[in-house]
Design a protein around this ligand. Structure first.
Ligand SMILES: [Zn+2]
Length: 265
């Protein structure tokens, strides 16, 4: 466990996460449509009026505006502040868990790209390779810096974990002929496996298993509530990413608790 950051640093990271979350809303809207991320600036989808800087403050603007456009009063989806809030909480969580380490930089990259992929998969049932690729490049750069600072000890377990995640997801994809699981999941799996394997086998295995546990729990809940039927197509990316978040932030204590439970710890 790394030394904890002071509260002021965690709050700063949380605010940075809110601002990144605001940018992720742009990514979520524009990357699947093949639009530029930099221009034009954000505008109301209903009346096309450009969003004023003071109406672009993460979470707060949405609350002040009560979820409506200042110009045409068209509703602004609650998803925008939710994406910002999730990103802010994940950034603070990474700071709390990993302190000021190169690994924390890798975890922030995974968190930011992961939030965008999560929502895009819900919307479009795909995980754009451009975002997965950006996640992979950012993660590898941060882990290379970690190697320079702290040695190459995690490299082999991380590569093996990436191979395990790829084998499991690639295997499912082959066995199910691509139904339910897409090549986007298969491409994302080894990147997450690498990031989690860097922490050790506990986080890598807990993260991998948690994705399927969360998927099963949500699937049963959707069936029982009548919001899905047997055979309904539910995108797997959000479960894959949720499992990775659990493995990254809580994998070590969960793995230790499991080993104690079965009498091996
Ligand atoms: Zn408007």
């Amino acid at each position: 466990m790394t030394p904890a950051l002071p509260a002021v640093a965690l709050v700063t990271l949380g605010v940075l996460g809110l601002l990144i979350g605001s940018f992720l809303n742009v990514v979520i809207h524009r990357v699947p449509a093949g639009l530029s991320l930099v221009s034009p600036g954000s505008a109301c989808p209903a009346c096309a009026h450009p969003v004023r800087p003071r109406d672009n403050v993460p979470v707060l603007s949405w609350l002040v505006l009560r979820g409506r456009c200042r110009d045409c009063a068209a509703p602004i989806a609650a998803r925008y502040p939710l994406v910002e809030l999730t990103s802010g909480l994940l950034f603070a969580g990474v700071g709390w868990r990993f302190g000021s380490t190169p690994y924390a930089a890798a975890a922030l990259v995974v968190a930011a790209a992961g939030v965008a992929l999560f929502v895009i998969d819900l919307d479009h049932r795909r995980l754009p390779f451009a975002i997965t690729g950006a996640m992979a490049v950012g993660t590898v750069i941060a882990l290379a810096i970690d190697t320079a600072r702290h040695g190459a000890e995690p490299v082999v377990p991380a590569l093996l974990a990436a191979g395990l995640w790829l084998a499991v997801y690639g295997g499912i994809w082959l066995l199910t002929a691509g139904r339910g699981m897409g090549l986007g999941d298969v491409a994302l799996a080894p990147v997450l496996g690498l990031a989690l394997g860097w922490l050790g086998w506990g986080p890598a295995v807990v993260g991998l298993g948690s994705g399927f546990v969360v998927g099963a729990v949500v699937g049963i809940a959707l069936l029982l509530s009548g919001r899905a039927r047997a055979g309904s197509q539910v995108p797997h990316g959000p479960f894959l990413l949720s499992g990775a978040a659990i493995g990254m932030l809580a994998g070590e204590p969960l793995a230790a608790a499991y080993l104690r439970l079965v009498g091996l710890g």
